[in-house]
Design a protein around this ligand. Structure first.
Ligand SMILES: *Cc1c(COP(=O)(O)O)cnc(C)c1O
Length: 416
């Protein structure tokens, strides 16, 4: 399997190179050069996630990692349950039972172990700028791996208290920086250092890395295996469109998805593009489903590379839901079924209400991560998740820093 950039397609690279580089040198995103057919026998009737994961990814990674090693990497990365539960007219696939309680754990934990496998020589320092779930998933997923270190940057005072806790608990090989600035400042610091790394060996772990897409395909297969369906619709709560792109990849490799529903909050550029609008993307808007607050989704470039506009509009239906509709969805789902959906999943459930049967909704985060919004919708907070309660008993480590990439660089050069 070789990968090419979405921009210049003259050079192909291995998975290992694409993974360690993140972004292609021409500024494009890596995409697979072709789509290996995944035999239905690889996933149908699967009852063990790790075994299914190895079968599905062997056509992708088998030429770079021996099967037994791939199996042990995936088993250790994806060691939490992925239940499919009936909620009203939909089947909800709960992707939030990993250690940081969002679906970002799938990509981060797998990517960490794969990077650790391919790095040689000097340890690699992974930079991650975060305003939501990615930072904690990466900090947790990469912690304790011998060849990797992680620096997490977040805008001071601009993440929720639970999110901040998840970022700053002391982890082996991880340093957290509270930046005096915005999320965009954090991202700009990462970009500057990737271009001027000084003595450091750096890479970035964000949603543009192809290493996140492969593990995110797996739960689409798992949903079909768990439901025993020959065809189904899938509804995806969308922000940067990474999750949707992974589903489209699975579909192009043979998974019988009838159609995708791209469920967005008020950041509705992609639904407007699907409806035929030119220049649909713009600045992001803050909403209650904050992990989906993306104005210019970076994976759009990948989707356009993989599908023609016509085919994309045939396969994917978009919709957009306001904060008021999100709160209503949480309330209505609870009243009708007793199920508590987090604000991101609630957008998905709203979008899937009129979908043909069977429809799978990806549940992207645990409701306990959003007690204030659940309280607002239902009048009482959700039960605490055990993983979150114990966070408050753990030691923390965080350093405040100016929004200056060179100060950060000298901090990282003197890693203790
Ligand atoms: C990141 C995230 C999303 C959006 O996923 P994309 O891959 O960026 O489209 C949705 N819900 C939650 C809870 C997230 O953390």
């Amino acid at each position: 399997m070789r990968y090419v950039s979405t921009r210049e397609q003259t050079q192909t690279v291995t998975f290992a190179t694409a993974l360690l580089r993140g972004l292609a040198p021409d500024g494009g995103l890596y995409v697979p050069q072709d789509f290996p057919a995944v035999n239905p026998g690889a996933w149908e009737k699967s009852t063990d996630f790790g075994a299914m994961a190895t079968n599905v990814l062997t056509p992708w990674l088998g030429d770079e990692i021996p099967e037994a090693e791939l199996n042990s990497i995936l088993k250790s990365a994806l060691n939490f349950p992925v239940p499919l539960v009936r909620v009203g007219n939909a089947w909800v696939l709960e992707l939030f039972h990993g250690p940081t309680l969002s679906f970002k754990d799938f990509g981060a934990r797998s990517m960490a172990r794969l990077m650790n496998r391919f790095v040689d020589g000097e340890p690699l320092t992974i930079l991650v700028a975060t305003s939501g779930d990615t930072g904690s998933a990466v900090a947790d997923g990469f912690s304790g791996l011998p060849n990797l270190r992680v620096a997490v940057l977040y805008p001071k005072g601009q993440v929720s208290s639970i999110q901040e806790r998840q970022l700053i608990v002391r982890r082996e090989g991880v340093r957290a920086f509270a930046v005096d600035g915005t999320f965009d400042d954090c991202q700009a610091m990462v970009k500057t250092l990737l271009v001027s790394p000084g003595q450091l060996r750096l890479s970035a772990a964000n949603s543009i890395n192809v290493g996140r897409l492969l593990p995110q395909m797996l739960y689409y297969y798992w949903a079909f295996a768990s439901g025993g369906w020959k065809a189904a619709d899938v509804c995806v709560p969308c922000g940067n469109l990474g999750n949707l792109t992974a589903g489209v990849l699975a579909h192009l490799c043979g998974l019988p998805v009838r159609g995708f529903i791209a469920a967005h909050n008020a950041n509705d550029g992609y639904p407007r593009y699907l409806a035929g609008e030119q220049d649909a993307f713009g600045e992001s808007i803050r909403t209650l489903s904050n992990a989906m607050d993306v104005g210019r989704p970076s994976n759009f470039e990948r989707l356009r590379f993989m599908l023609s506009d016509d085919r994309m509009r045939q396969l994917i239906r978009g919709s957009s839901w306001s904060d008021g509709q999100t709160l209503n969805s949480i309330r209505r789902v609870y009243e009708e079924t007793g199920y508590i959906a987090d604000p991101h999943t609630a957008v998905g459930l709203a979008a899937a209400r009129d979908a043909p049967d069977p429809v799978i909704v990806l549940a992207t985060a645990h409701p306990a991560k959003f007690p204030d919004t659940i309280q607002r919708a239902l009048g009482s907070a959700p039960e605490e998740a055990s993983g979150l309660t114990s966070l408050y008993a753990m030691p923390v480590r965080v350093q405040s820093i100016e929004a200056n990439p060179y100060i950060l660089r000298s901090e990282l050069e003197n890693w203790d």
